[in-house]
Design a protein around this ligand. Structure first.
Ligand code: FAD
Length: 471
């Protein structure tokens, strides 16, 4: 049972305020809009907003909420796209935004120990100023937090080279729903002493524990940073280009971002954000990014690879960025995804993944079906090297239409062995489709984990999976 009566609110306030300072407790009706909505657009008013100052205070609060059997929604930077952070009736908000300390930097090991509420961009800038790079990079970098990117196992533009967020987390501190602190702030890459528990929490979308601190793995800051925009005709050429780049550029290949013409035109012509450098762009436009640490030869290696692409792919046209400013202009086309989607609102966005072997066939079939159903404002782009594809469908009016297009996309991707979420997670909005890409046995195991770690179902209840009634 959650607390919803005035008496229950008073009980909550009475229990929490001794732990918190004046800025740490806010009644729900006074909560600013930013605690009531995330990027999914859903809204809800919490019973109260709790803003602990540090990990210890967070653990004390969780012990109190556990005693009160009070459900809570965990909020990071609120840039999630699956509605997980929107307060549901009777929930309190636990915001990590005040856990902002960068606790330690190890210049020898290349690690950074940070609290959960530090924004991603702050971590990136801190590392760069010291000759290192934190490789996770996503469009919401200015707002999303380290706790949020770990809880969602965020992907982004550099997964091809550096993996998902999971690969950049060496140690993790988590508070369980009853206030127990699991702290394994590991500093060694090798540690096989039993189960590596941190992986249960990475990508669990706040359903299993509250992330309070992390040890992040940094990479040496690359000396060279080269970008090309390649235009080709036909998906087959896209795949050949990827294979060629992998072979020629090796570990230096950081990004391989594909934009279908529907997206490219929507940005360069529709929005006039960025400009197409090609008079006649092909069917697919690819941003290839190379980062290296051998300045004497990196440019020659990259240019040689692009020359081979021109020789082997008859339809290819290539523009090499001559400076970081020119590279930024090319990336602006890819980074305008949010703006482009809003221009065809109300829109429904999908973030699927599947084997590149099936990708062209799937895109074609889904596009055809959507057009037959009257949806012709489509935008298609993705991190092809990772099998991750984004599809935005415009002019989707009403909940019925939204469900119809979601069912088409998710059912068909599941049928091909793909996933209904490459990056953004399941949250609330995709929960009812989880069975399209996860077996009954897998979902039963997820439920069992939730039951074990949070038997009262207090953390992010109803996100990712549903459980039977609470204890
Ligand atoms: C413009 C834009 C571009 C984006 N690009 C990408 C992209 O390229 N790749 C990608 O993967 N995602 C992308 N996203 C989605 C989103 O930014 C990521 O999911 C991000 O990791 C969320 O971080 P956050 O701090 O905003 O988390 P929130 O939105 O606040 O929360 C997300 C989930 O994590 C949980 N959570 C947050 N903090 C904690 C914590 N400390 N402990 C436990 N649980 C927690 C929440 O309860 C919720 O379930 C994009 C979003 C936008 C708006």
């Amino acid at each position: 049972m959650s607390l919803t009566t005035p008496e229950a609110f008073e009980r909550l306030q009475h229990a929490c305020t001794p732990v918190l300072d004046a800025a740490g407790f806010m009644a729900g009706e006074q909560a600013e809009p930013r605690y009531c909505t995330d990027w999914s657009g859903g809204t809800g008013r919490p019973l109260a907003v709790l803003r602990p100052r540090d990990p210890q205070e967070t653990a004390r609060l969780l012990r109190i909420l556990h005693g009160l059997r009070q459900p809570l929604v965990i909020q990071g930077g609120m840039t999630g796209l699956v509605g997980a952070c929107v307060p549901q009736p009777g929930e309190v908000v636990l915001s990590l935004e005040r856990l902002r300390s960068i606790e330690a930097f190890d210049a020898q090991a290349g690690t950074l120990t940070v609290q959960a509420g530090v924004p991603l961009e702050t971590v990136q800038q801190y590392a760069e100023a010291r000759g290192w790079m934190f490789p996770v990079d996503i469009g919401s970098r200015g707002s999303c937090q380290i706790g949020g990117i770990i809880a969602t196992n965020a992907g982004g533009n550099r997964v091809l080279r550096h993996g998902m967020t999971r690969q950049s987390v060496l140690g993790l501190e988590v508070v369980l729903s009853d206030g127990t602190v699991l702290s394994r702030m590991g500093q060694a890459l090798k540690d096989n002493a039993g189960y590596d528990l941190k992986h249960n929490f990475i990508g669990s979308e706040g359903t299993l524990g509250v992330i309070t601190r992390a040890v992040l793995v940094l990479q040496p800051l690359p000396a060279t940073h080269l970008t090309a925009l390649v235009s080709v005709n036909g998906f087959d050429s896209v795949r050949k280009l990827l294979s060629l780049c992998r072979q020629r550029l090796g570990a230096g290949l950081c990004s391989f971002e594909v934009m279908w013409r529907d997206y490219f035109d929507a940005v360069t012509v529709g929005l006039a954000t960025g400009r197409s450098p090609f008079e006649e762009p092909g069917t697919h436009l690819i941003l290839v990014e190379f980062m290296g640490n051998t300045p004497d030869t990196d440019t020659a290696t990259f240019e040689a690879a692009m020359e081979v692409a021109l020789e082997q792919l008859p339809s290819a046209q290539i523009v090499l960025a001559q400076s970081l400013a020119e590279a930024a202009q090319l990336w602006a086309i890819r980074d305008a995804a949010g703006e482009a989607a809003r221009a065809i609102g109300p829109w429904a966005g999908f973030d699927v993944s599947l084997s590149p072997d099936h990708m062209e066939r799937w895109v074609q079939a889904v596009h055809d079906q959507l057009r037959r159903d009257g949806y012709d404002a489509l935008q298609t782009y993705g991190h092809l090297g990772d099998g991750n594809l984004h599809l935005v469908i415009g002019h989707v009016h009403g909940a019925g239409a939204r469900e119809q297009v979601a069912d088409l996309v998710h059912r068909s991707i599941g049928a091909l062995g793909g996933s209904i979420s490459g990056e953004h997670g399941i949250g609330i909005s995709k929960k009812h489709h989880l069975g399209y890409c996860r077996s009954d046995a897998e979902i039963a195991m997820m439920r069992s984990l939730k039951q074990t770690l949070d038997p009262r179902q207090l953390l992010n209840r109803g996100r990712v999976i549903d459980l039977p009634a609470t204890l």
